[in-house]
Write a protein that binds this ligand. Structure first.
Ligand SMILES: Nc1ncnc2c1ncn2[C@@H]1O[C@H](COP(=O)(O)OP(=O)(O)OP(=O)(O)O)[C@@H](O)[C@H]1O
Length: 790
């Protein structure tokens, strides 16, 4: 095999060798051919004038004393003699033409496509033309050339004159059809167009009378003269120039008079888009932008006095002695390990003071980091955290807890201008940073939050801080909460704001969810709400809730198409570990789905847990909760589970927390809001006029409660028949229609819709759209129900 291959190799390489022009060669050859064609052209032309004089010279080609009269001298005379006299006569002009075309192809790199056919058809034309000229001008040898003459002679001997003529006609047809792509239709069209302009030119021309002849002025330069004597009888009497001009409009009027007097209405074409825009603009002009808060127009936001100062009115009191003492101890400890300090700076926060160190040149940062425990020992303090280096600062930070920490009151953060002026969708004032700045973040950007910490470290207070922030900033129309509280005691205070701020399942009594199965239903219902919202966003052609609501406010979305103002939904789950223990996957799956997809449609999750173990905060949950808060935890492992790094184990508790939104970690003192304060706020809101009911989440029929499809006929609602008729007449399968028309409750209407689906009257649930009605009219409904009972 190997041998065989070796043998075949050389032949294959030989095959590959082909004669190809390089680009430069093509240009050279191309220009040569073009110049040659020019030379031929001029010698041919010249030949017609000089051929007789140059005749004698042809035999003396080598004699340099003999000169030819041809423009290209002996070359021109000889070549022309060859082509014109001995060859094809006048038809030889095709050769310089073909050469020129070929040269240009090569020169301009146009490729050789079509060249061959040009040459073939060119030669056919040359032969035909020389025969034709030979036939008609037998006496003129230079017209047909020797070949033309001889061919004629030959053909006429066999076919006679008529035969040759017919042959020539056939040849002409072939050339016209193939070479000039001529067709009989072209010919007919050509004659038609020739006739028309002539007629219109004459009819539209201006007529002048100049004595003996009439001049039709058909154009600027070409007046046509018609002899008045010879054609007088045929031509109708023509009017003089001025008269014709004056009369022209009159005749037009007369013609218009003859037409029947019918008015024509021109329908205006309306562009849908413009109408929409115009409509929305008009609506905005007439009614102003849609105001979602209008229904509770008199709603008053809770005032600041509902919140306590918690003794923090005077700000942070600095204990100078403590500061100096800490500084000296840090410097000394580092000195003991031969680490020099170039500079030290202190920033005093509410619970911790940050000492920023700039070490002397050449000190390894890792050495300071390793001394964490030694510094803690020398300072005799809990919760020392070393940040080496502080990101973006180039210094090393040592956080030392203050002996007397200051409580950060919720009142102070709510009152801060940073929070008041925050232009965020869901602003949350968590507390204060180490440099005593109010820390405000947007929950909508997080977009979900995981809170973890050991018991008694401030989680519940943290959750209350989040909810209080939103209550102080958002109108009931703009945000709704779903509160899940398995402990049953932490969030019950919010019951009072049920009809203002809470969302719940249609059939549930309590707005605060404490039961695990209810949690599963609520989460699945929230998934349906998410899908519905995505459907609405798709129809509105927007990408997120912000754009959707903005579009809805400017009245560009029609409420009759199912569009409505969408409030943000914040789902708060306390004691998440407890839920995972009892319901596991049933909880985790919808949570993961919501966490992955709900950000764009304004559903945000806040999950709090005591036990930050990996079976509670699973990989899938962690991946979708980039924003995390860690209160104090007992072990480094727990800290790693929450934050992916240590640090939370060194916090001092009581609202001391670490916040991360992806990369850097910020130490914060959580704002403190006590239960009585929250109760006061809830009472204040609850005492105001509210919506008729809590925000309704979509109904979710769990697998355990059956799908509703298997309804027995005898189990049907008493109003089933009426409802079916309502739905069929309106051709709209919606529970709210039945609710309105038959004055039923939502739940009963929902059940009837399910029964109608089971009976085949309406189609399956289709998200935000009304169900399809499968029965066209009452007669068909009668038939359907009759057949059922048979
Ligand atoms: N930000 C804070 N500032 C001052 N003290 C705080 C702060 N947060 C919490 N505390 C104190 O810690 C106590 C326990 O807080 P909290 O009830 O929030 O803990 P928890 O983490 O929710 O505990 P559990 O998991 O047992 O419910 C509070 O009663 C309060 O005294």
């Amino acid at each position: 095999m190997a041998k065989k291959r070796k043998k075949t190799k050389p032949t294959s390489s030989k095959k590959k060798v082909s004669f190809r022009f390089s680009k430069q060669n093509k240009i050279i050859l191309g220009s040569l051919l073009v110049l040659l064609s020019i030379a031929l052209f001029f010698s041919f032309i010249s030949y017609y004038f000089t051929w007789q004089e140059d005749q004698s010279m042809l035999s003396e080609f080598a004699d340099r004393n003999e000169q030819a009269k041809n423009l290209l001298n002996k070359f021109g005379a000889s070549v022309s003699h060859f082509f014109m006299y001995k060859g094809f006569g006048l038809a030889s002009f095709a050769f310089p033409f073909l050469l020129c075309v070929t040269g240009l192809h090569l020169f301009l790199g146009l490729g050789s496509k079509g060249l061959l056919s040009k040459w073939v058809w060119g030669l056919v034309f040359v032969i035909w033309f020389s025969i034709a000229l030979g036939f008609f001008a037998l006496e003129q040898p230079l017209l047909g050339g020797l070949i033309g003459f001889e061919m004629n002679d030959f053909l006429q001997d066999y076919a006679g004159k008529i035969g040759v003529m017919l042959l020539l006609v056939f040849g002409l047809t072939v050339i016209l059809v193939r070479l000039f792509k001529f067709s009989p239709e072209d010919l007919a069209a050509y004659f038609k167009t020739k006739q028309k302009p002539l007629a219109t030119e004459i009819s539209g021309g201006v007529v002048k009378d100049s004595g003996d002849s009439i001049i039709l002025d058909v154009g600027e330069d070409t007046p046509v003269v018609i002899d008045t004597y010879t054609h007088k009888e045929d031509i109708p009497p023509l009017k003089k120039e001025k008269e014709v001009k004056k009369e022209a409009p009159k005749t037009a009027e007369k013609e218009a008079d003859k037409m029947p007097d019918i008015e024509m209405k021109v329908e205006k074409i309306k562009e849908e888009k413009e109408v929409k825009d115009v409509l929305s603009k008009k609506l905005v002009e007439d009614f102003g932008e849609f105001d979602p808060t209008l229904e509770l127009g008199n709603y008053k936001f809770p005032h600041l006095d509902l919140l306590d100062h918690h003794g923090s009115t005077g700000g942070i009191t600095i204990n100078q002695e403590e500061l100096e003492g800490n500084k000296n101890r840090i410097v000394e400890t580092l000195k003991n390990y031969k680490i020099g300090i170039a500079q030290i700076k202190a920033t005093i926060g509410p619970t911790v003071t940050l000492y920023e160190i700039v070490p002397e040149a050449g000190v390894r940062i890792s050495r300071i980091k390793n001394l964490e425990d030694d510094i803690a020992l020398s300072l005799a303090a809990l919760g020392i955290r070393i940040i080496a280096p502080i990101p973006g600062k180039g210094t090393i930070g040592i956080e030392v807890p203050n002996k007397n920490s200051t409580i950060v009151s919720m009142r102070s953060v709510i009152a801060s201008s940073k929070f008041q002026k925050a232009e965020m969708q869901l602003p949350i004032a968590f507390g204060k940073t180490i440099s005593n700045e109010t820390f405000v973040v947007d929950l909508a950007k997080m977009p979900h939050l995981l809170m973890a910490g050991a018991t008694g470290q401030g989680k519940s207070v943290g959750l209350n801080a989040v909810l209080t922030s939103l209550l102080y900033k958002k109108h009931p129309a703009e945000v709704k909460f779903i509160l899940v509280d398995p402990k049953k005691v932490e969030l019950t205070i919010y019951n009072k704001i049920e009809r203002h701020y809470l969302a719940k399942l249609p059939d549930s009594e309590e707005a605060i969810i404490t039961d695990t199965t209810k949690v599963v239903h609520t989460l699945n219902s929230l998934c349906i709400e998410m899908d519905n919202r995505y459907e609405l966003l798709k129809h509105a052609m927007v990408r997120n809730i912000k754009e959707y609501n903005a579009k809805f406010k400017t009245r560009k979305l029609n409420p009759n198409d199912g569009h409505k103002f969408l409030p943000y939904i914040v789902l708060v789950i306390d004691e998440f570990a407890d839920l995972i223990m009892t319901a596991g996957k049933e909880i985790e799956t919808p949570i993961a789905r919501l966490a992955q997809l709900a950000r764009a449609i304004g559903i945000h999750l806040i999950i709090a847990t005591q036990r930050p173990s990996v079976n509670v905060i699973t990989g899938i949950i962690k991946a979708n909760f980039p924003a995390r808060i860690a209160f104090r935890v007992t072990s480094k492992i727990d800290s790693r589970t929450i934050l992916d790094t240590t640090g939370a184990d060194q916090l001092i508790g009581r609202g001391d927390m670490l916040f991360t939104q992806g990369n850097d970690i910020t130490r914060l003192q959580c704002a403190f809001v006590d239960t009585p304060e929250v109760a006061k706020i809830a009472e204040y809101i609850g005492a105001q006029r509210a919506y008729p009911e809590a925000f309704q989440l979509p109904e979710y029929v769990g697998e355990d409660s059956g799908t509703g499809i298997a309804y027995e006929i005898e189990d049907r609602d008493a109003m089933f028949r009426e409802a079916a008729e309502v739905v069929v007449i309106a051709q709209q399968g919606s529970a709210s229609l039945i609710q309105r028309k038959l004055k039923l409750g939502y739940n009963r209407a929902g059940r009837i819709i399910d029964q109608l689906e089971a009976a085949g009257v309406v189609g399956p649930f289709e998200g935000s759209k009304a169900r399809q009605v499968l029965v066209p009219d009452i007669y068909a409904l009668d038939q359907l129900l009759k057949n059922e009972t048979k």
